[in-house]
Ligand binder design. Structure first.
Ligand code: AMP
Ligand code: TRP
Length: 332
């Protein structure tokens, strides 16, 4: 049987998972773990580029890990590890840095963005962020990397570094990692404030860890207009957003009912929101329960990351050994 392709993704431990993360990305990761050789890691080294003195780095890593596991990421199927448990990545990063040029790093949009956002902390880690990301990917020779649009350029840099390594050392060693497109699964989860997107920095997230009361409160406060006055009128953006969310979490007959009510102007937004909140709560509460029990189970979490690190180190140690040989490091 042909070996399964390695697919790898990482997430920085800088916040809780919200419905946008879940339906936009995590749900697909969970499907992928069945038919690919899936690697998921928590990018704690990377988080220091924006959060150099995190109050509780270990707690943040633990939280993200517990949330991923609670959504259904399965340590028996996928290799789940913490970036800093794989110091081989840091050595590959060092070696790749020798062939990464200041000019090209300064030109990346994410770097320019960060310079604008945190002018008081333009550190070298920020500049070389794409090099560390390339090391994450190349250390396992991962073929596919599922990323959102904001990460496309970083991935392009990883391809560039892979090609450059081959050219400089005159080998055909690294393949170029390609972005993995979720295709028709791609959804954008809207915010409840009428804005286009649910997000951490948008401050409009419905989090998987939110309790019932918080979810209901956030949904009841969702922006709406005065309501349709003419039959079959077009929906304004904030109402489209509510229906988009309902499409994701509610039963088709519920969506149909409120759609018809909108069309004949009988819709009562209060009822719609109540139903929407109920359906979100039905979806998130079991996950929240699992997050709470998993994050209280230190022994389990420790077992998961140990198992993941062991498995991840197999490919990492092999790659690093070969890279060292290619460059010319030899033992005396
Ligand atoms: P972030 O929370 O921005 O670090 O994103 C983590 C992952 O979740 C990325 O793959 C994003 O593309 C995805 N994501 C974040 N917000 C949304 C959203 N509102 N709709 C769909 N996907 C999202
Ligand atoms: N830069 C990614 C983000 O902010 C996180 C990340 C780090 C990553 N290394 C990676 C994603 C390697 C995919 C592959 O979302």
């Amino acid at each position: 049987m042909a070996e399964k392709e390695i697919v790898l993704s990482g997430i920085r431990p800088t916040g809780n998972l919200h419905l946008g993360n879940y339906f936009g990305a995590v749900k697909n990761f969970i499907k992928m773990q069945h038919d690919t050789n899936a690697y998921f890691f928590i990018a704690d080294y990377h988080s220091l580029t924006t959060h150099p003195t995190p109050g509780d780095l270990h707690g943040n890593v633990k939280q993200v890990l517990a949330e991923y596991l609670a959504t259904g990421l399965d340590p028996e199927l996928a290799t789940i590890y913490v970036q800093s448990d794989l110091p081989e990545t840091a050595e590959l990063y060092l070696l790749l840095n020798m062939n990464a040029y200041i000019g090209e790093l300064e030109r990346t949009t994410s770097f320019k963005d960060k310079v604008r956002k945190q002018p008081e902390n333009v550190n070298a880690g920020l500049l070389t962020y794409p090099v560390l990301m390339a090391a994450d990917i190349l250390i396992h020779k991962a073929k596919k990397v599922p990323v959102g649009k904001d990460q496309e350029q970083n991935l392009e840099m990883a391809r560039k570094f892979a090609k450059r390594f081959n050219r400089i050392y005159n080998v055909e060693y690294f393949d170029e990692p390609i972005p993995y497109n979720f295709g028709e699964e791609l959804v954008k989860v809207p915010g409840l404030d009428g804005s286009g997107k649910m997000g951490k920095s948008e401050g409009n997230g419905l989090y998987l860890i939110d309790d019932e009361k918080t979810i209901r409160k956030k949904v009841m406060k969702a922006k709406t207009d005065a309501g349709p006055t003419e039959p079959n009128s077009e929906k304004p953006q904030e109402i489209v957003n509510l229906f988009t969310l309902a499409n994701i979490v509610s039963k088709p007959e519920t969506v149909k009912f409120f759609n018809e009510a909108y069309s004949d102007c009988s819709i009562r937004y209060g009822d719609f929101k109540k139903q929407l909140a109920e359906d979100i709560v039905q979806f998130t509460m079991p996950i929240r329960e699992r997050i709470l029990s998993i994050s209280a189970d230190d022994a389990y979490l420790s077992k998961v990351v140990k198992m993941g690190a062991e498995k991840a180190r197999e490919s990492a140690v092999k790659t690093l050994k070969e890279v060292r040989e290619i460059i010319g490091f030899r033992h005396f």
